[in-house]
Design a protein around this ligand. Structure first.
Ligand SMILES: NC(=[NH2+])NCCC[C@H](N)C(=O)O
Ligand SMILES: [Mn+2]
Ligand SMILES: [Mn+2]
Length: 309
């Protein structure tokens, strides 16, 4: 059996957050042994190094809160092109970088999937929906907008690159949501996105919720992109992130999700975002993220020794 290679793409973007440090994320994932963990599972791994944004152009927006619009626009263009190219060759794994990178990854992947005649589905694992538009963001941090952009909501034209194949909101499932701003709540009420907040997870468990979504992906012959924000996980075990929100996914829930995703055979790409190594404790968040990727890519407790804590 020939398996597709894993293509690692470092994306040291940090201008989408309110603080510095995410630019060290790609380096921390490498230091935590991501490539080795994938090779141990039998994958070919091609690390393409770090992307760099193209030139910026002057952009001003009526929403004066917005920060680093030219920079994020330049990054989005570069990332979308890299995503489009890499998804034709293997399994792209984006090493963030803040969550603004998903504006690029999702739009590039969606364009490729459409050309190959598959709809793109997204499993969004995050405490936040990141569903602001340029007009509604109040913090002005553009890691809060990628899902609105990728699903084709208005207000990005003339600023962000054209998004040729918007992802259908019905093809998006969010899990772990527990911090939503008013404008996002209003938009999500009618958007058609499936949202499982922490209450839904507590009441139903991750298995039922996830399997229902995977069934839909399989029935549509879809490709599945997973976007994993560090703050999906509880901050007690994943402190290396700038936007901690209490009450997150447990170690066991997070691994179980990854194992079920692997069994589905549907996942074709992955974002690892918001890791801030400056806020981490001796690399434990980076190591946890690498272990989660290993579970997603097929590591099983009974197959080989796991990390001892
Ligand atoms: N990718 C993230 N961590 N996003 C956090 C966004 C928080 C808040 N909704 C904002 O727009 O500022
Ligand atoms: Mn996020
Ligand atoms: Mn988040």
């Amino acid at each position: 059996m020939t398996r597709k290679p894993c293509i690692l793409l470092g994306v040291p973007v940090q201008e989408g957050t309110g603080r510095l440090g995410c630019d060290m994320g790609p380096s921390a994932f490498r230091t935590a042994g991501l490539a080795g963990a994938l090779r141990d599972l039998g994958y070919m791994v091609e690390d393409r190094g770090n992307l760099a944004p193209g030139p910026t152009r002057d952009l001003t927006h009526t929403n004066g809160a917005i920060k680093f619009l030219p920079e994020i626009v330049a990054w989005t263009k570069t990332i979308a092109q890299a995503a489009y190219e890499a998804s034709g060759e293997g399994i792209p794994i984006f090493l963030g970088g803040d969550h603004s990178l998903s504006a690029g990854s999702m739009t590039g992947l969606s364009r490729r999937a459409a050309e190959d005649d598959h709809p793109l589905f997204v499993l969004w694992l995050d405490s936040h929906p990141d569903f602001h538009t340029l007009d509604t963001t109040q913090s002005g941090n553009l890691h809060g907008v990628p899902m609105a952009y990728a699903t084709g909501r208005g207000g990005f034209d003339g600023y962000f690159p054209a998004n040729p194949v918007p992802i259908r909101p019905e093809n998006v499932c969010m899990m772990g949501i527990r911090s939503v701003d008013n404008a996002e709540r209003a938009a999500l009420a009618t958007a058609g996105v499936t949202i499982h907040d922490m209450r839904a997870i507590d009441e139903n468990g991750v298995v039922t919720l996830l399997k229902a979504f995977l069934k839909r992906v399989a029935a549509a012959n879809g490709r599945l992109h997973v976007s994993l924000d560090v703050d999906f996980i509880d901050p007690n075990i994943a402190p290396g992130v700038g936007t901690t929100v209490p009450g997150g996914a447990t170690f066991r829930e997070a691994h179980l999700i990854m194992e079920i995703l692997h069994d589905s055979g549907l996942v074709t790409s992955l974002d690892l975002v918001e890791l801030n190594p400056f806020l981490d404790e001796r690399g434990r968040t980076a190591l946890l993220m690498v272990d989660l990727v290993a579970s997603l890519m097929g590591r099983r407790v009974l197959d080989r020794p796991t990390r001892s804590f």
